[in-house]
Write a protein that binds this ligand. Sequence first.
Ligand SMILES: [Zn+2]
Length: 280
Amino acid sequence: MTVRFELLAAGYCRHPQRVILRRGWRIMTFPSMFGLIEHPKAGVILYDTGYAEHFHAATRPFPERLYAWATPMHLDPGEAAVAQCAARGIKPEDVRLIILSHLHGDHIAGLRDFPQARFALLPEAWAAIQGLSRLNTARRGVLPGLLPEDFAARLQPLLPSAARALPPECAPFTQGFDLFGDDLLWLVALPGHAPGQVGLFVRAEDGLKFLIADAAWHSASYREGIMPHPLVRWLFPDARAYEATLLKIQAHARWRPETLIIPSHCEDLCQARVWGEARP
Ligand SMILES: [Zn+2]
């Protein structure tokens, strides 16, 4: 048994390549990719949503505006996750679960568009922003305006007690969460970039996928083991864990090259798999 998987993108931002790959002066595009999964029993599931128009409203006030100044986003009409679902005949209420890789605004801007969805995440992601000032919340890349009012009630935290041994093809990752207990979707903690970041192994019709969110920003990052610029690393809650995670992904890629590894913002992967001729 497998699931149907489609890789999509909703919006992008731009940053200098040097910050990420430590070489070149080109301005790179950072698409916000997300996964559309159709599970044989559980129905439609998203892994993140990418950007959505809600990002503008959520970054209008200060201090949240700092986030939009630091990473101005571009989103074409019809590109938000809800619109791309509609184009495939999927109504907002058909989406019953959204896996939140982490709570950064460029990953979850579309949550408000899916009123029936529950939100799967690691409890650390939510705990890390409790009791913070608005400024400190924004500094951690989280925009409260993107969270639906009933966000907390719709959370489906992945509790440590539910962790299981991962299938051997996920090596060297060993522990994870079998989302529906059917060996189709496995969540795995990818610490370092943001509290509670979680990746997803997908047994898709056309082979194993591994969505790694921001554990690497570009495929070259894990292939070559390139850590970002020290200034960027300084923003990470745990730069050592980030490096350890990156090296584990690299080890997986070398050991099992047939896995499609998907960093959410890799422009080359997005160009090849999502944008094609329509590149912005
Ligand atoms: Zn992030």
